[in-house]
Design a binder for this molecule. Structure first.
Ligand code: NAD
Length: 415
């Protein structure tokens, strides 16, 4: 069977949840598709004087619970179905974390690694110009995702401000701290994920002080996850990978040193005193905790049976296919599903917008405490729901999130 695209997967996950909740088929049909999406062509003047046209998207999946929020991804392999899936997962994520927000997602088909800073800035500003009519703090708040960063968010916020003719800090999340970003936003995805891993380890009788860890993807999510679990608990990072390959050292790696090496050399590959390991083999290592922190569909029916980790903490969006989910569950592996595990970023994005509106900024420790409370509460709600219905953690997360969105739609009179 061909691997499904992420949106087909998101729809299939929703269908499973609809069955568990005995949802009305009309309501299910409404939740299977986005409320609205915008496709734009973005002309950008390149440094050599030529004009390139990039394809961009913004998908607003469901705003029953409030203005939508979601990332902007710059990636050469991006397509509309990936964006739709990410927008759907964002909807469930915000509902699961009990944030007063709906879900959206956007992106541009481009290869930022081949673009200059000037070209990236012009692309970022043009994207905002073309979607300005549907975004804003009361409508839809963009945030960073793969290959977008605080600098790109700063340009986007500046462009929104120019269009509105007033400072509009609250229209974009994930900004640099000097421009209204929140303390603790930089590593929020990983930190939130680590809080759920801490709870999962207690449930699974794993002592994090001696636990072994493998991390696939060494960007914002993967790097900080490795750094934090090592620094906070002393866990041993035995393997790390990125798009060029991986490294393995049984005795453990210092994530900060690997991070510095990657910053100098562009990849973790070649880090001294390590064995090379492929991305596929890393997923099959006998470790306590596996962090898929790169792209979608990396754990599928092809390799699910070979996954030996005790906890799979999905920092990436959509790393496990539905067929693989069943295998993982049957094999007794404790999987922390993506829209729970990586919800730290949207939670701190929400904190950021609240702080922007109030023009009053919290200390880092305040942000960590509030994030810990949100993540820990959500983790235990999902765990209790999975036990109550005898379903896996992903289905339980869906049940909770979909129930909340459906309640909001019903109260608004949509259904
Ligand atoms: P990033 O661009 O900072 O890093 C991505 C990393 O993955 C890089 O190290 C890259 O080399 C690696 N990679 C790319 N292709 C790969 C492949 N085929 N095999 C192995 N590694 C590969 O991105 P990020 O922000 O860390 O996002 C990673 C995942 O986490 C994505 O699924 C994203 O949607 C999800 N996520 C990120 C955030 C966030 O705040 N950054 C929030 C929620 C979810």
């Amino acid at each position: 069977m061909p691997v499904m695209n992420p949106f087909q997967i998101a729809q299939r996950q929703l269908d499973q949840c609809a069955k568990i909740l005995n949802l009305d088929t009309g309501v299910q049909g409404m939740l299977r598709v986005p409320l609205r999406e915008v496709h734009v062509s973005l002309p950008v003047r390149m440094d050599d004087g030529s004009l390139s046209i990039y394809q961009g998207f913004r998908v607003q999946y469901n705003d029953a619970k409030g203005p939508t929020t979601g990332g902007i991804r710059f990636h050469p392999d991006l397509n509309i179905d990936t964006i739709r899936a990410l927008a759907a997962w964002m909807t469930w994520k915000c509902a699961l974390l009990d944030l007063p927000l709906g879900g959206s997602m956007g992106g541009v088909v481009c290869n930022p690694k081949e673009m200059s800073m000037g070209e990236l800035e012009r692309l970022s500003r043009t994207y905002i110009d073309e979607v300005a009519h549907i975004i804003g703090p009361e409508k839809d708040i963009p945030a960073p995702d793969v290959y977008t960063n605080p600098q790109i968010m700063a340009w986007m916020m500046d462009e929104c401000s120019k269009l509105m003719r007033k400072p509009q800090f609250e229209c974009i999340a994930g900004k640099p701290i000097a421009l209204g970003g929140s303390a603790g936003r930089g590593d929020a995805t990983a930190r939130g994920g680590i809080y759920t891993v801490r709870e999962a380890a207690l449930e699974s009788d794993i002592d994090l002080r001696v636990a072994t860890v493998a991390v696939q993807g060494f960007g914002n999510a993967g790097y900080h996850a490795a750094r934090l679990i090592h620094a906070l608990f002393g866990s041993r990072i035995v393997a790390i990978s990125d798009s060029r390959g991986g490294i393995h050292r049984r005795e453990g790696l210092n994530p900060e040193e690997v991070g510095q090496f990657k910053a100098r050399n562009g990849s973790v590959v070649g880090f001294p005193d390590t064995e090379p390991i492929t991305n596929e083999a890393l997923l099959e290592l006998d470790v306590d905790i596996l962090f898929p922190a790169a792209l979608e569909n990396v754990i599928s029916e092809r390799n699910a049976q070979s996954v030996r980790a005790k906890i799979v903490a999905e920092l990436a969006n959509g790393p496990t296919t539905p067929e693989a989910d069943e295998v993982i569950y049957k094999n007794g592996i404790h999987l922390i599903p993506d829209f729970l595990c990586n919800a730290g970023s949207v939670t701190v994005s929400y904190f950021e917008i609240v702080q922007n509106f109030y023009m009053y900024y919290w200390e880092e420790e305040d942000v960590y405490d509030r994030l810990d409370k949100k993540m820990t509460t959500a983790y235990h709600s999902v765990l209790n729901t999975s036990r109550r219905y005898n379903i896996n953690m992903r289905q339980a997360a869906y049940v909770l999130a979909v129930e909340r969105v459906v309640d909001a739609m019903r109260l608004r009179g949509w259904i």
